[in-house]
Ligand binder design. Sequence first.
Ligand code: AKB
Length: 317
Amino acid sequence: MKNVLVIGSTGQIGSELTRELRKRYGNDNIVAGFIKGAEPTGELKETGPAAEADVTNPEMIANVVKKHKVDTIYNLAALLSVVAENKPRLAWKIGVDGLWNILEVARENGCAVFTPSSIGSFGPSTPRVQTPQDTVQRPGTIYGVSKVTTELLSDYYFKKYGVDTRSVRFPGLISYVTPPGGGTTDYAVDIYYAAVRGEEFVCPIKKGTLMDMMYMPDGLHAAISLMEADPSRLKHRNGFNIASMSFDPEKIYQTIKRYKPDFKMVYDVDPLKQGIADSWPDCLDDSAAREEWDWRPQFDLDSMTVDMLKNLEKKLK
Ligand code: AKB
C-alpha cells in the first residue's frame, strides 16, 4: 500500500493527480500538500487528508512525511515558463532549492520522488524533430535551466544515495479542470474556453509553431505508471521523453472548427511566449519510455477535442 504526498495539490496537475491517486490507492493514503493562499477546497478537501507542505521549508515537509508515513512524494511545485522568466530567482528557489529540500527528506525517510521535467528542458541547439531521449540540453530560459538541473539533481540522488527518483518531460498539458498559470503552451487550453464561450480567440503564438501537447488523462497516467514501473527495466530515471500529439495553432483551430463552425481565431503574437516556443522542439521521440515502462498515450488531437468541448460545455453552462 502506498502513502503519497502530493506537493502542489491545488495546481493544474496536482488537483487531478490527487483525485486519481485517491481513486487508485484509497482516499486516506493520499495527502494533499498545499501552500498558504492555495488551500484545497471542495472535493479535494473533503475526500482525504491535507497538510501545509511548502518546499522552501524542509522541516515542514519532513514533519508531514513522518506524520503520514509517506513513502512517495509527487513534487509538483514549480513556476511555469512565462512566469519564471519574470521571476527567475523565485523559479530557482522553488524548482531547484525546493527539490533539494525534498530529496534530503526523501533520503532520510526512504521516499520515492517524482518531479516533472518539461519539453522546456531543451533549447535552440537541440534537434527539433523527433528530439532524442539523450541529446543536447542547453535551454535559454530560467525554466529550462531549472528543469535540466532537477533532472540532474534527481539522477545524482539516485546514484549517490539510492533515492528512487523518476520523472517525465511533460509537453503542454491540456485540461478542462484547473487552468494552467503562466505557461507558453497555455494557449492550447485557452482556445477551448473561447470556443465554448462563443468568443473570438486571440492567439499569442504564431501560425506554424509546433509544440508537443498532451491531454491531462495521459499525463496523469504517465506519472503514475512510471512510479509503478519495475525498476529493473529502467535504463533512464529522470527526464523520460513522452509524446502524444504535436500541433501548431492553425491545426488545433481547424480541429475545433469541425465541431464549432462559427469559431474565429486571430493572431496577436506575444514576443516573450513566441521566443520561448521557438526555442522548444517540434516533437519528441518517446521510444525510451515505450520500451522501458510501456508508455502509450490514449488521446490524439481529435479525441481530446471531442472530450474537452463536451466537458467544458457542461462546466461553463
Ligand atoms: C509551459 O508552457 O511552461 C509548460 C511546459 C510545457 O512545461 N506547460
